[in-house]
Design a protein around this ligand. Structure first.
Ligand code: ATP
Ligand code: MG
Length: 209
């Protein structure tokens, strides 16, 4: 059976927290392939400090370059409406066929809320999850949620190794505006892309290479 992972997020921009989780999720669940899928952004978020869907996809492509197991996917960008994970996972099941096992990858912050997502209970009944930890969230709380969801929905949930690193796209956008270094926080190709395009008001973004 083919094992396919889907990793959704805004990726605005993608950073090493995402990449560590992606690689460790693929390893923990022995995935054949993991698709990183930028979501259409909420209309509320459109503003100067936010990158366009195409730019976010391009940064994901740059970030996964050279890793054959990770791939950028524009599946959620093809739909112009809000990207609901349940719809995305159903489309993937259609695309990969019934013989593929499809897992959704997420950090502890998102995992704690998944039952409340649109069609959350159906996602939990029909798909597998791979979950990491996240700085600011207790592993005990995550583990209690794993036990609860396993009991309630019989969800197959794999825990991925994820060191707690306090990195978020929000913090990175702020650091860019402040002209702070992002070396080793962003993949070099993504850092160069942001600087070249002046994304997130990057005029003052320092040259670090
Ligand atoms: P923002 O600050 O804009 O919300 P973010 O860094 O949280 O950005 P998202 O695109 O919202 O990134 O996250 C996508 C997925 O990646 C979520 O499942 C989230 O839990 C996970 N994730 C992001 N950063 C980390 C991190 N540092 N550690 C663990 N998981 C992370
Ligand atoms: Mg987030």
């Amino acid at each position: 059976m083919k094992k396919i992972g889907i990793f959704g997020g805004t990726f605005d921009p993608i950073h090493i927290g995402h990449l560590i989780l992606a690689e460790q999720a693929a390893d923990a669940a022995d995935l054949d392939s993991l698709l990183l899928m930028p979501a259409q952004i909420s209309p509320f978020k459109i503003g100067k400090d936010v990158a366009s869907p195409r730019e976010r996809l391009e940064m994901v492509k740059l970030a996964v370059e050279g890793n054959p197991r990770l791939q950028a996917s524009d599946l959620e960008l093809q739909r112009k409406e809000i990207s609901y994970t349940a719809v995305t996972l159903d489309l993937c099941r259609e695309k990969f066929g019934k013989n593929a096992e499809i897992s959704f990858v997420l950090g502890a912050d998102a995992f704690l809320k998944i039952e409340q997502w649109r069609e959350g209970p159906r996602i939990l009944s029909e798909y597998c999850l791979i979950v990491g930890s996240r700085a600011g969230y207790l592993d005990e709380e995550r583990d209690a949620q794993i036990a609860k969801l396993r009991e309630r929905y019989h969800t197959k949930i794999t825990v991925a190794f994820m060191p707690k690193i306090e990195i978020s796209s929000t913090d990175i956008r702020k650091r860019i505006q402040e002209g702070r270094s992002l070396r080793y926080i962003l993949p070099p190709g993504v850092e160069a892309y942001i600087r070249d395009r002046g994304l997130y008001d990057a005029e003052r973004f320092k040259e670090t290479d």
